[in-house]
Design a protein around this ligand. Structure first.
Ligand SMILES: *Cc1c(COP(=O)(O)O)cnc(C)c1O
Length: 446
């Protein structure tokens, strides 16, 4: 399939060179014998531009990371300013203004009292840190038998071995199963699994009962319950009622199990509140953030925890310390990008502005929601998703390719199409997104 203005110029050159030298993520490379790569040369706002002059509306925020558009002037300026001061310095034995300021700000804006920030570069690393920290905490408290983890059915927490152990997405996990630690996945509150006529809330409470039963029997060897609050992203944007989080918090307290919230994808306004757990009015023992943390600009993740956990490690004995590190921990440029992104939230009243945008998108998406092939149309904050009733074998690839023809970057998860646009999206761009998607559905199902 060719793109709109595909020329024989630089485009195919870069495609060919990339295929020879770059092993692309989450990709069967042989498929690129059929589908060309899209060489992006610049971005502005919601738009990505390729070297043939085509543009694509980044409807999935470049794998859920971008918040305020590509080449955002304020974030660009902050990084440039920081570049003239210090780009990076190791964080053991040293510190710097951006990492201190960011940690202070994160403590202020996150729920509860998550006063201690441990940094890494990727989401999966933040998960590894959370798991190690929880296990180590119980060991330090004389409960080494609390050494297993539970997560939600269909949860996704990243793809390094520890994170993959608590992930429950077969396509990523199956092959590596012999390398992974066993993990129990408790029933998901995702309302797509509810009985006909059962409300999202009633279903979430039923799932919480299953959690209760599990913990009643197994709490003595369970260190932590980790979950994706409100929206299970890789599962196909499965959404659940916040009452589940309230029950999970209560049960974790009751059974002395850490509650780890993975807000790597849902944090920073994605679900309509700054953090998903705000909607349940709860705070976790450990919070993992990444993706939108730096506005999607630079690899940065953080694992935040309470004073109780922190104090267990605080000792004269070096061996009781949390001896974990990554080379780029607390990178100054990434922290400055994060601070600039948080400034935008405050200055532009983003949470409120997004509500207006979401209302508009829901209004124009009515045609989509009632489309004959669309099932389970749903929305949570700045995330929209629906399943497509189609017999097409590889719907995801066909939809991605058709999207490019309509100036859209869509990347369905199986038969689930979702929108997760940058917050700078404007009404005409939303119109284009909905009209294009309707066209694609009609074309692909014709
Ligand atoms: C993306 C994601 C991760 C992993 O983050 P990486 O930066 O890709 O390692 C973990 N958990 C959730 C919920 C995610 O969406």
């Amino acid at each position: 399939m060719t793109r709109i203005n595909s020329t024989q110029s630089a485009s195919s050159q870069l495609d060919r060179r990339s295929l020879q030298a770059v092993w692309h993520p989450c990709t069967q490379m042989k498929q690129h014998e059929t589908y060309p790569l899209v060489p992006i040369v610049r971005g502005k706002g919601v738009w990505l531009y390729d070297d043939a002059g085509n543009r694509y509306l980044d409807a999935i925020s470049s794998w859920w990371v971008n918040l305020f558009g590509h080449s955002n002037p304020a974030i660009n300026a902050a990084i440039r300013d920081q570049l003239e001061k210090i780009e990076h310095v190791m964080l053991a034995g040293f510190t710097h203004e951006p990492v201190v300021a960011l940690s202070e700000r994160l403590k202020q804006i996150t729920p509860g009292s998550l006063g201690h920030c441990f940094y890494a570069s990727d989401g999966a690393s933040a998960i590894e840190i959370a798991l190690k920290m929880s296990f180590h905490y119980w060991q330090l408290c004389g409960k080494p038998q609390k050494n297993s983890f539970i997560s939600l059915q269909n949860d996704y927490h990243g793809e390094t071995l520890g994170a993959l152990s608590v992930t429950d997405v077969a396509i990523f996990k199956q092959t590596y199963a012999p390398l992974l630690r066993p993990c129990t996945h408790v029933p998901t509150p995702d309302w797509r699994y509810a009985e006909t006529g059962e409300s999202a809330e009633a279903y979430a409470l039923r799932a919480a009962d299953a959690l209760d039963h599990y913990l009643a029997k197994n709490h003595a060897h369970t260190a932590a319950f980790i979950l994706e609050p409100l929206v299970q992203g890789a599962a196909g944007m499965g959404m659940h009622h916040p009452v589940y989080l309230q029950r999970a918090r209560t049960l974790c307290d009751q059974y002395q199990v850490h509650l780890i919230l993975d807000e790597i994808a849902v944090g920073f306004g994605r679900t309509g509140t700054l953090f998903a757990c705000n909607q349940a009015d709860i705070a976790p023992d450990i919070l993992c953030l990444s993706k939108g943390l730096s506005g999607g600009y630079l690899p940065l993740s953080v694992t935040m925890t309470t004073d109780t956990i922190y104090q267990a490690f605080y000792d004269d004995n070096v061996a009781r310390a949390f001896l974990h590190s990554h080379s780029h921990t607390g990178n100054a440029l990434a922290c400055r990008a994060a601070l600039a992104s948080l400034d935008i939230f405050a200055q532009d009243n983003i949470i409120e502005t997004n509500k207006t945008k979401a209302t508009y998108l829901n209004r124009i998406a009515a045609k989509l929601a009632t489309h004959g092939r669309v099932r389970n149309f749903r929305n949570c904050g700045m995330i929209w998703a629906f399943e497509v009733d189609t017999a097409l074998q590889d719907f995801a690839t066909a939809c991605f390719q058709a999207g490019l023809q309509h100036q859209l970057l869509l990347r369905p998860l199986g038969k689930t199409v979702y929108f997760m646009p940058p917050y700078v999206i404007e009404e005409p761009e939303m119109d284009l997104l909905i009209d294009g998607t309707l066209h694609i559905l009609d074309t692909l199902s014709a």
